[in-house]
Design a protein around this ligand. Structure first.
Ligand code: KG4
Ligand code: ZN
Length: 380
């Protein structure tokens, strides 16, 4: 629960230095710690940005194993925080607050980061800010200072797929989201069917380079529906059927199916984005405000980028993406979200819960759930 900070206690080291926040990220398979200064003029200065990727721990299992992820966070986090503070040349006493992802995500991992942040908050006597991981992603384009509000954000990672109208810091409206798998999950699961290894996205893109995208006729789920929601489960099933129907599939078969799957995913993402662009224009008719930002691991895919570029050109949007290191999971975006909230005096109680599911846009989630709310709600 968020409440106003004690006004008698100055928030920030000094008016000129802005707010210095330690951010922690442990919601999936990246352990991350960062130190960020939010300057008085609203710009952000990254003082330390440390990430430990657990990919090697999960590769033998072909996907993220929650229990292994949680243990790896426990093993890595303390040393990572020490490294981040060393890089920033700071101690706990120099911090104005500690911010940690408190959901949505794999709850074992979220608990590791959140409990660590609570301990630091108590020991250093600084405020705790429990941050929504999606708010971190939504604010990440602002880390370079080149993205004013409002903008339309397409977040496409292994865990999330959604379209958000980001009107202001706390004004984010979900225009569409997945009703089953995330886009990255669709790449990973279909890649697994073709024995392309993990993570599947980059392997699929590589294979697709030598493939014929027109060979397999795969479905584009939901592309005729008027909303901006996504669905990838049917595509995965169709890809499995196509693969199973092949007699002793060779490398060319694999490349052709990879190219066909990639084209189908890119088409779905662009089609749903077009609907969201129309919705965004209704909210913001000013042509100067047509900014489209794509973030998340899948944003690295060139076929996806190119389909989105065409959609943006048709609707008069400019397309941009945060730098790759802040496109994927990181703690800098969590520190930024924490600092922005601290600036507004919004800090969290020490009993802030770890939330496996936490829709960013509570109103949309309640009024128009893509696939139910609460425990049955979408991962995204
Ligand atoms: O944002 P991210 O690094 O981590 C989270 O899921 O939070 O995204 C990882 C996802 C994986 O599903 C991976 O297969 C996908 O992004 N990905 C790609 C590419 N690079 C990463 N998908 C398609 N093409 C790529 N080049
Ligand atoms: Zn993420």
């Amino acid at each position: 629960m968020a409440f106003a900070a004690d006004p008698s206690k100055p928030q920030g080291a000094s008016a000129s230095s802005g707010l210095v926040v330690l951010g922690l990220e442990t919601s999936c398979d990246e352990t991350a710690a960062a130190v960020l200064r939010l300057r008085e003029d609203g710009s952000a200065e990254v003082l330390a940005d440390c990430v430990y990727s657990q990919i090697e721990e999960h590769t033998p299992f072909g996907g993220v194993v929650p229990e292994i992820a949680a243990r790896a966070h426990v093993d890595a986090l303390d040393a990572l925080i020490r490294r981040a503070l060393d890089e920033a040349q700071m101690g706990f006493a120099d911090l104005d607050a500690v911010a940690a992802t408190s959901g949505p995500g794999l709850v074992g991992g979220v608990m590791v980061g959140l409990m660590t942040a609570k301990a630091i908050s108590l020991a250093a006597d600084i405020p705790l800010i429990a941050v929504n991981h999606l708010e971190g992603h939504a604010l990440s384009p602002r880390l370079t200072g080149a993205c004013p509000f409002p903008y339309l954000l397409l977040l496409i990672s292994g865990g999330h797929t959604q379209l958000l109208a980001v009107d202001d810091l706390t004004e984010m409206t979900r225009l569409g989201s997945t009703i089953d798998d995330a886009a990255g999950e669709a790449f990973d699961k279909t890649a697994k069917i073709m024995q392309l290894g993990y993570p599947g996205g980059p392997a699929m893109e590589q294979a697709a380079l030598s493939g014929d995208a027109t060979r397999f006729d795969l479905p584009r789920p939901l592309t005729r529906s008027p909303n901006a929601d996504f669905s990838f489960a049917g595509l995965k099933t169709a890809a499995r059927r196509a693969w199973d129907a092949l007699d002793n599939p060779d490398e060319q078969d694999r490349n052709d199916l990879a190219a066909s799957v990639q084209a189908a995913i890119a088409d779905c993402l662009a089609d749903r984005s077009r609907n969201a662009m129309a919705m965004f224009i209704e909210r913001h008719p000013d042509e100067a405000e047509r900014r489209f930002v794509v973030a998340g691991g899948v944003a690295a895919n060139k076929a996806v980028k190119s389909a989105l570029e065409t959609a943006c050109a048709d609707f008069g949007f400019t397309l941009s993406a945060p730098p790759a290191k802040w496109c994927t999971d990181n703690a800098v975006m969590i520190a930024l979200a924490g600092a922005e909230r601290l600036k507004r005096g919004e800090i969290s109680d020490l009993d802030a819960p770890a939330r496996p599911r936490w829709p960013l846009d509570q109103r949309a989630a309640a009024d128009d759930p893509a696939s139910g709310a609460g425990r049955k709600g979408p991962k995204a």
